[in-house]
Design a protein around this ligand. Structure first.
Ligand SMILES: [Fe+2]
Ligand SMILES: [Fe+2]
Length: 315
């Protein structure tokens, strides 16, 4: 990868914009320490209408609402911790294998800033988990699933376009949930503060990921492009579906797999998933990685609006 003459950035991302991200991050450094010391209230941490089961119209008493709220939030936080660990692995791998001339570039500097920010996010998340004390068992966290995830991560970090797409996806997908949580007046104040702080930092990470797409697409291998076109939508759907795992419902006395299946299939939840993943598709379209008019079928399945789907069915 060529290095720019000014030595600040590489050709992948415009150096001035990366430098601006570095400066913005430096200003916000301290807030995470205060948040790690913050406390959640004892009751439900999110209101009923933000629960994943809200569209099902279940009759929930106060204690079941409290259990579901705390378990759902804990499940999302667990997913966030896993994602941030994967992201750190990917950036670490990139740095470990990059040409020496790129080590001192602004782009690499921002990757390190991002690792630092993710580390602080993860510390805040862990403090939330300690307070939430979740009891639910995640059926997707068995030794086999974790082994599979490890295999996938080591395969994925070697494919820069796929890795950057999943970085963007892993940040866009929870961003919508965090926005709803942060903006709802019924959310626990400390949780709302963490959600808005995390969104603000992630917004810069998403900008950083987007800056790279065109160049990574240009230099991507056949397998990398193929994975982005055909595999990524399935992974993003999996990410969305497992933000809240079936064990959460069991902890609240609901049938786990049946409730999970009903939540996944409900049109309101499918629409929320679509809204969360459309920005990833749009970034790929802008980079020329997928076609705007006829994107690959998995992307249509994930991101097509209900109106477009109806029109397609009529044709
Ligand atoms: Fe984060
Ligand atoms: Fe991030």
């Amino acid at each position: 990868m060529p290095v720019r003459a000014d030595g600040i950035g590489t050709a992948r991302r415009p150096a001035a914009r990366v430098q601006r991200l570095n400066e913005l991050s430096a200003r916000r450094f301290r807030r995470a320490d205060d948040l790690a010391a913050g406390r959640l209230g004892d009751g439900p941490v999110i209101p009923v209408d933000l629960l994943s089961v809200a569209p099902l119209g279940l009759d929930l008493d106060e204690s079941r609402h409290a259990v579901l709220a705390r378990e759902e939030v804990a499940s999302i936080i667990h997913a966030g911790l896993e994602f941030e660990a994967v992201l750190t692995t990917g950036f670490g791998f990139t740095m470990a294998t990059m040409p020496p001339a790129e080590m001192s570039g602004g782009e690499n500097e921002y990757a390190l800033v991002q690792i630092g920010e993710e580390t602080r996010h993860s510390q805040v998340f862990i403090s939330l988990l300690r307070q939430l004390r979740p009891q639910a068992e995640n059926p997707f966290a068995t030794p086999f699933f974790r082994w599979m995830r490890g295999r996938f991560v080591t395969w994925m970090v070697r494919r820069p376009l796929l890795f950057q797409t999943l970085v963007l996806g892993g940040e866009e997908v929870p961003d919508l949930v965090q926005r709803l949580v942060a903006e709802h007046p019924g959310t626990d104040p400390h949780l709302a503060a963490v959600a808005s702080y995390h969104r603000a930092e992630e917004a810069r990470h998403m900008t950083f990921a987007r800056l790279s797409f065109t160049e990574y697409h240009r230099s991507a291998t056949f397998v990398d492009r193929l994975a982005v076109r055909w595999l990524t939508p399935v992974i993003l759907a999996y990410l969305w579906d497992t933000l809240i795992h079936p064990g959460v419902y069991a902890a609240a006395g609901l049938p786990p797999w049946r409730t999970w299946g009903r939540v996944r299939a409900h049109p309101d939840r499918v629409e929320l998933r679509r809204r969360a993943t459309v920005p990833v598709r749009d970034a790929l379209v802008e980079a020329g990685a997928i076609d705007a008019v006829r994107p690959p079928r998995p992307w249509r399945w994930l991101c097509e609006s209900p109106e477009a789907r109806k029109q397609g069915a009529r044709r």
